[in-house]
Design a protein around this ligand. Structure first.
Ligand code: ATP
Length: 265
């Protein structure tokens, strides 16, 4: 599905905030952040280590007890979902994922066994589907009956990404899923996400690698401020930080392939 006409907002986040306590001291990781993720778009979230990128993703997936935000999904308030229901649609793939089950096939099918998915219209993938999906992502040497614990970290990361994609969420939050991969396999993972976006998923990636041309927008989180830096390096001039701290832009110009936002973060 290409981008025809106005992009459709899927996840709208306003006033995202996270406060943590270190002993007696309360610290704001971030506060008052706003962003919108659109159907069919990949957005990259970049920024210095420790700036709060993973925490912001956890906040969007309602996974962090110290974080909160006002959110809507396809126009419906998050208040109308249980956290479990929310996470079937706003899925987070963490940096260090865990694969449950005795075999790779069981690990990928595990989410389908959860009570919250019992009424889901998404079908449990059969062996042929799993085989094709694994081959697609460069895991043709990984047998379905292999123990997931025997896989390398990079292989586990790709299996986790696949597992989540097969559940068909509306929003996928991928936290450095290509961090442990060589360039070829990082590109395979990127293509997998691009295909999901082309089919209408809203994808947000935390990345520390060079831009790979897949993202339509790049947001930078630094010093508690979220800034749209799409195309910044491409034009050779750093944009000034948005005073409103609101990155809800609908700029669909695909310039990220030449943008090295990481170098400027
Ligand atoms: N539960 C917590 N208690 C205290 N501090 C926390 C907690 N969770 C996160 N932090 C702090 O919040 C900050 C942001 O962490 P986060 O992992 O979100 O950063 P990041 O931008 O994703 O970093 P990286 O790029 O290295 O993965 C860090 O300083 C971290 O130590």
């Amino acid at each position: 599905m290409g981008q025809v006409g106005e992009p459709r907002p899927v996840l709208e986040v306003t006033d995202a905030r996270c406060h943590v306590r270190h002993g007696d001291v309360q610290k704001d990781i971030f506060a008052g952040l706003s962003l919108t993720l659109y159907a069919g778009q990949i957005v990259d979230l970049v920024g210095p280590s420790g700036s709060g990128k993973s925490t912001l993703m956890e906040c969007m997936a309602q996974l962090n007890a110290d974080a909160d935000a006002t959110m809507t999904l396809d126009g419906r308030s998050a208040d109308g979902f249980t956290p479990e229901q929310w996470r079937t649609q706003v899925a987070y793939v963490p940096q260090r994922p865990v694969l449950m089950g005795g075999t790779v096939a069981e690990a990928i099918r595990y989410p389908f066994t959860l009570r919250v998915r019992r009424d889901s219209s998404v079908r449990v993938p059969d062996d042929d589907t799993l085989r094709r999906a694994l081959d697609d992502i460069g895991l043709d040497d990984v047998e379905l009956d292999r123990s997931p614990q025997d896989l390398s970290v990079g292989q586990q990361a790709r299996v986790c990404l696949l597992r989540t994609l097969l559940t068909g969420p509306k929003v996928l939050l991928a936290d450095e899923v290509d961090a442990g991969l060589d360039p070829d396999n990082a590109m395979r993972a990127a293509h997998l996400l691009k295909r999901a976006a082309d089919e209408g998923m809203a994808v947000c990636r935390v990345r520390h690698r060079e831009p790979d041309g897949m993202a339509m927008r790049t947001l930078e989180l630094a010093d508690g401020v979220l800034t749209d830096v799409t195309g910044r390096a491409a034009v050779g001039v750093a944009k000034t930080t948005a005073a409103s701290n609101d990155t809800d832009t609908t700029d669909t110009t695909d310039t990220t392939d030449t943008t090295d936002t990481e170098a400027q973060a």
